[in-house]
Structures are given as structure tokens and as C-alpha cells.
Design a protein around this ligand. Structure first.
Ligand SMILES: [Zn+2]
Length: 283
């Protein structure tokens, strides 16, 4: 599943291809891919794309509809969702679930050609929601999200850790604790912090939480710089793979020697997820 660095990369690669354009039409090819806001579909016509950003693992596209107000297109890519901007002549493929036809009136950046935003999703777990400002208040998932890991101060992070119980890896994966970290980055962060994934949160010191906070930021920043990780089929909005998988120290390396100490990396199940760690470097 694309995690924070992959979704950030998708947003960064989508933005220059979409900003300033207007939506001319929207086609729903698979009903369930539009999880909310069906009644708002007619308001998309003529809406201008104002900005793109990311929150947790969500792609958020802010729109200015023709008749005023604000609308948002939110995408959760889940397992296999992808967002691509294509030329106006391209036909949807068998995995295309939603199509947004984009006009060519992007001002001085316009190349005079229409484009289309495709939401492709082979496994169909991903979704799009069309939202008004007031809809956010009633969306439990949105309201439950923890802070962004790159915006959360060390003090806040440590204080939040202190309120929790359970295993440290489960905590990192919990989107209500911090938002955007998944299985890959949880393993990489814990390796760099020298903390075993199954370690009880209760038994960790404030100093260890501080190191965890530091390494969390380091790993996520580095991964964003490398345009994310392509383990299976993740691609950015240009169709390019990320490169951070080449920097993995533990994820996918079970049974191989640790790069730091040479011990054999162990595979286990923590928080219901396949987990790899070094029994020597992580305590
Ligand atoms: Zn090691």
C-alpha cells in the first residue's frame, strides 16, 4: 500500500499537470470507487483546480466550482490505486474506475490540449470522495487521524507515546496515533531507532521515544527525496517507480545479514503484519 512518502510523491507529480485546469466532465466507471459525494458530481463541471496536497495517505485536490464555494476531491489509493494524467485521446483501461476530463485553460502554462485524470484501481479497495467543507466534520475517519509525523513536535510525540499501551510497531501503524506510516516505514524506522518492533510502549524511555521521533522524520524525509518506494506496483503520476526500496535496511530482507552488524535478520508477525528486524541492533 502506498504510504506517506508515496502519496506525497503522487501529489507532487500530479500538481504541475493539473493546477489551474478546469474539470469539464467526470465519468464513474465503477460505482463503488466513488465512496461519497455522488450528488455533488454535477458541481464538478467547470470547477477550477486550485491546489493539491496530502494528509495522511490521502490525496486532496481543492476545487473552486463555477458557482462559488469550495469542493474537494479526496483519493485513498489503498492497495493498488493510481492517479495518472493522460492526453485527451487515451481510452480508459480495464482497471480505470473514474475519469475526470480536464480542460486546457490553464492560463500561461496551457499547451492548448485537454487532459484526463484517471483513477485506476485493479483491486478496487481505493476510493474517491467528493466533499464540501462541512462534510469533513461528519467524516469519522478524517476526524480520527493523528498528527502528520513531519509536523508533530518531539514534545507532542513523546507525550502521545506516554498515553499509549501495546507494542511499539502497532503504535506506529495506528493512524490515530500518527497518520501516514504503514508496514514498510514502521520496520525501517524501528530499525534505525534500534528498538525491537514487539517492544512494549510502556517500557520505553523518553530518550528512546525521542530517538524514534528523530528516525521517523529522517526515514520519511529520505523516502520522499527518493520519490517513495516501489515494492510491488506503486508508480508516481508520471508512471515512474520510486527508489527508496534500494535503501531498505530490513523490509524484505528477512534471512539476510544485517547491514550494520551481520546478524541474520528475523521475520515475525507483530501487530498482525509481517515484520523484519535485527535481533542484535534492535532491543
Ligand atoms: Zn544488526
Amino acid at each position: 500500500m502506498p504510504e506517506l512518502p508515496e502519496v506525497e510523491t503522487v501529489v507532487r507529480t500530479l500538481a504541475p499537470q493539473m493546477l489551474g485546469r478546469r474539470i469539464e466532465a467526470a465519468r464513474v466507471l465503477h460505482e463503488k470507487s466513488l465512496a461519497a459525494g455522488k450528488a455533488l458530481l454535477p458541481r464538478l463541471r467547470g470547477a477550477r483546480i486550485e491546489s493539491l496536497h496530502r494528509r495522511a495517505k490521502l490525496v486532496i485536490i481543492e476545487l473552486r466550482p463555477a458557482h462559488g464555494g469550495r469542493l474537494f476531491l479526496l483519493f485513498h489509493l489503498k492497495m493498488t490505486g493510481r492517479l495518472f494524467v493522460h492526453g485527451e485521446q487515451i481510452e480508459p483501461c480495464k482497471h480505470t474506475r473514474l475519469v475526470f476530463v480536464l480542460g486546457d485553460d490553464a492560463g500561461h502554462d496551457s499547451d492548448g490540449k485537454g487532459r484526463q485524470l484517471f483513477f485506476d484501481d485493479a483491486r478496487k479497495f481505493g476510493y474517491c470522495r467528493i466533499m464540501r467543507d462541512k462534510d469533513f466534520a461528519h467524516w469519522d475517519f478524517w476526524n480520527s487521524l493523528g498528527p502528520e509525523p513531519l509536523m508533530c513536535s518531539c514534545e507532542e510525540f513523546v507525550a502521545r507515546c506516554r498515553e499509549r499501551r501495546g507494542k511499539i510497531k502497532a503504535l506506529l501503524l495506528d493512524q490515530t496515533f500518527v497518520a501516514g506510516i504503514g508496514n514498510i516505514y514502521a520496520d525501517e524506522i524501528l530499525f534505525r531507532a534500534g528498538i525491537a518492533p514487539q517492544h512494549a510502549v510502556l517500557c520505553l524511555s523518553s530518550a528512546q521515544f525521542g530517538v524514534l521521533w528523530e528516525q521517523m522524520r529522517e526515514v520519511l524525509r529520505e523516502a520522499i527525496e527518493h520519490c517513495g518506494s516501489s515494492v510491488r506496483d506503486y508508480r508516481d503520476a508520471h508512471g515512474n517507480a520510486g527508489a527508496f526500496q534500494n535503501s531498505f535496511r530490513v523490509y524484505g530482507h528477512a534471512g539476510r545479514p544485517c547491514r550494520a552488524c551481520g546478524s541474520i535478520l528475523e521475520k515475525s508477525v507483530v501487530a498482525g503484519r509481517g515484520t523484519v528486524h535485527c535481533p542484535n541492533c534492535q532491543k
